[in-house]
Write a protein that binds this ligand. Structure first.
Ligand code: ZN
Length: 285
């Protein structure tokens, strides 16, 4: 079965781990490594016939419209990762609405498409905050991929469902596609992306994919362009943040190539073409 491949399109300096040490005002002056890393990913995906959903920051779409247009031209889906990579936990309802709308507009302007999907920076959406869902619906978002059903110091909702489900809000419902997890002795651990993809061996990702597929669900890979870039400049952040961001970067391309050679991958829009009615009530939770 086809699994889901997703990329969060941001620079190496726009991550939550460096939020305290890299001010937003310095972004324009920093060395960009995005074009190089994104081109490598696009070439790799072509090589293996894989297509993906790219959750793009609005800031990136405004600064590099041609790059965002190229993602679309090469057959991938464009979705939004917000505008300024601001955690939803630090935004008011009106701040989130303007950040999200600005990102949707920037992607539309760069590539002529309407983003259907959203992934919150740092998985910071909270399914219990009603205005988040109302805002997504108001901005035309049909699916979300932000609620990690795990314990984590920065994000996660350990009581959230593990498999795709609908979040019902006042004016409609949104399909939630949770990041993939692996169950170890009844406890869900993150799998198939980011830190867990780098820290754990390849076979861990493979087990997680198989566990999903055996239950009839696609697994979802999520990675960032900076994760295939072991030579990126090192920031003077705290030890924990540096560990989070830099550990095992050199293993990612090798593991990703093994994945692409072993499984068929597509974007969210292939797997859930009609987000509003693509999950039966029987498969919730
Ligand atoms: Zn991000």
């Amino acid at each position: 079965m086809k699994n889901i491949l997703t990329i969060d399109v941001e620079e190496h300096f726009q991550v939550e781990a460096f939020h305290q040490v890299i001010p937003r005002s310095s972004w324009d002056k920093r060395q960009s490594r995005l074009t190089m890393n994104l081109m490598r990913l696009l070439d790799m995906f072509d090589e293996y016939g894989a297509r993906a959903t790219f959750f793009v920051l609005g800031w990136i779409a405004d600064k590099y419209p041609n790059l965002v247009g190229m993602i679309k031209a090469r057959g991938h889906e464009l979705a939004t990762h917000g505008y300024n990579h601001e955690s939803l936990k630090r935004m008011t309802e009106s701040e989130f609405k303007s950040d999200l709308q600005r990102s949707v507009d920037a992607i539309g302007k760069a590539a002529g498409v309407k983003a259907r999907g959203f992934r919150a920076p740092t998985f910071s959406a909270d399914r219990k905050v009603e205005w988040i869902w109302e805002t997504l619906l108001a901005c035309g978002i049909e699916y979300d991929s932000s609620i990690f059903p795990i314990y984590h110091d920065l994000y996660g909702d350990p009581r959230a469902p593990r498999f795709p489900y609908f979040v019902n809000s006042g004016s409609g419902s949104i399909l939630e596609i949770p990041p993939t997890t692996y169950s170890v002795f009844g406890r869900l651990l993150p799998a198939c992306g980011g830190g867990s993809f780098r820290l754990f061996p390849y076979w861990y990702t493979k087990l997680a994919i198989q566990a999903y597929n055996e239950r009839g669900y696609p697994a979802m890979i999520y990675l960032h362009p900076w994760e295939i870039d072991p030579n990126q400049p090192r920031e003077a952040a705290g030890m924990r943040s540096r560990f989070r961001h830099y550990t095992n970067l050199q293993t990612v391309e090798r593991k990703l190539r093994r994945l692409l050679a072993s499984y068929e991958f597509g974007p969210v829009c292939d797997i859930y073409p009609h987000a509003r009615n693509s999950v039966s009530s029987g498969s919730r939770g």
